[in-house]
Design a protein around this ligand. Structure first.
Ligand SMILES: [Zn+2]
Length: 427
């Protein structure tokens, strides 16, 4: 029979098809009887043993490999041995070449598809993947960002911490949570900690405490995305308060579109929407007032430098009425509480790149596409070690890390990850 297996030490003796798989029966080449490991005396043949392994698919079908090996016995020690075959992964009940093929592809497909395709159990595929992820965690090395973004994204049922390189738009790392308990040890052990010059995040206070002592050169800047979001939310609160006061009949007349018209920036309104906004001004002065305050707040960020932005904020704060608009007052308080970190924006490179919002939107899109049936660890690996996205725009250098030459990459490119997620290539 033609040796279609090309595996050393065995030869195929039979091939069966059916049940949507190919079964190949192979025998170990049994030419010399070994000597006993214990006493050195020659052993005797003592029957045969058959084991089943999964092998790489053929003709698009899983291959079941039945390997028959001789057993040898030592009369003196009463021990029994079966010759080892180097190409088998006995623990995984698969050939090593199949395990390698699964490792190569498992993060880019579902474990169920991989199991169907190879004849392995879903659990075996998962265990191979987990082994590989542990290895990647030990060996893959991403460049410490000069501008580090930190945010929360909902993944696998919880808010997870995502660290990004905002200068290059790459994912740097992911942590299960954004508490000090997770961040402090991470920063403590981070390679090239002194490289970080900027940390960009939201108004989450414990954060500053978690990095201050470990990132000696980092300045905190609160990204405008989060600050402006608070202004839009304050406007939404006013709209909801107003709508809740209406009767059901009236509510039908207040079109849902008020929400979209008032949330949009004026420059993005169509002619029709501009008309509708005028109508809101005529008939709903309270909403119009909240809308104007939202817009006035947004325009703070149009100011060219920190000084004029601070003045614009003060003017906005003074324009708030004594009564009502509580969420706008809360926003004023928040800005006061984070004053330096918010106005640091004008002196930071974050202002020029605008990468923070892009990163965050990208990660949210990826998160929305994934997360069905996967644990956090698997999703993290799919994002963090996605091969195609790691290749994009990544200047790679070789560095000596604790005395070992290692390749340093930039990490997966977020726009490329988003493209793949949208094409369904990450499931
Ligand atoms: Zn012996």
């Amino acid at each position: 029979m033609f040796d279609l297996l090309r595996l050393p030490g065995i030869k195929p003796v039979d091939l069966r098809t059916g049940n949507n798989r190919i079964t190949i029966v192979a025998e170990a080449v049994d030419d010399n009887v070994p000597a006993c490991d214990g006493c050195g005396k020659p052993m005797y043949r003592h029957g045969k043993r058959k084991n089943i392994f999964a092998d790489t698919p053929m003709e698009m079908q899983p291959v079941r490999l039945e390997v028959e090996r001789p057993r040898y016995r030592c009369d003196v020690c009463k021990c029994m041995v079966v010759p080892e075959l180097g190409f088998l992964d006995e623990r995984r009940r698969a050939t090593k070449r199949l395990v390698d093929a699964v490792r190569e592809r498992c993060l880019g497909t579902t474990f169920h598809d991989m199991a169907d395709h190879t004849g392995l159990s879903v659990n075996s595929v998962k265990n191979i993947a987990l082994d590989m992820i542990a290895e990647l965690d030990r060996t893959v090395c991403y460049e410490t960002p000069v501008i580090l973004g930190i945010d929360e994204v909902n993944l696998a049922g919880d808010m997870r911490c995502v660290l990004t390189n905002l200068a290059t738009n790459n994912v740097f790392n992911m942590l299960p949570q954004r508490t000090q308990d997770h961040l402090k040890p991470f920063f403590k052990d981070m390679r090239d900690r002194e490289r970080v010059e900027w940390v960009c995040t939201d108004m989450w206070r414990p954060f500053k405490r978690s990095f201050a002592q470990y990132l000696p050169n980092a300045k905190l800047v609160i990204d405008k995305f989060h600050v402006l979001k608070a202004a839009s939310e304050a406007l939404e609160t006013e709209r909801k308060i107003f709508q809740s006061q209406l009767t059901k009949n009236e509510r039908i007349h207040v079109k849902k579109s008020i929400r979209w018209i008032t949330l949009k920036r004026p420059k993005n309104l169509s002619l029709e929407e501009q008309e509708a906004l005028l109508e809101v001004r005529r008939s709903l002065p309270a909403i119009a007032h909240a809308y104007d305050l939202k817009e006035m707040f947004y325009r703070i960020y149009d100011d060219p430098d920190a000084e004029s932005a601070k003045h614009a904020f003060e003017a906005w704060e003074n324009a708030l009425p004594d009564q009502g608009l509580e969420d706008f007052k809360k926003l004023a308080k928040t800005v006061r509480n984070h004053y330096d970190d918010i106005f640091m924006y004008w002196n930071s490179p974050v202002r020029i790149t605008n990468a923070y919002t892009e990163c965050l939107n990208g990660l949210t899109k990826i998160a929305n596409r994934m997360g069905r049936g996967y644990s956090y660890d698997i999703i993290r690996a799919k994002v963090l070690y996605a091969k195609y996205a790691r290749k994009v725009g990544s200047g790679v250098r070789v560095a000596s890390i604790s005395g070992i030459q290692q390749t340093v990459e930039y990490g997966p490119h977020i726009p490329t990850l988003v493209e793949s997620a949208e094409a369904g290539e990450m499931d």
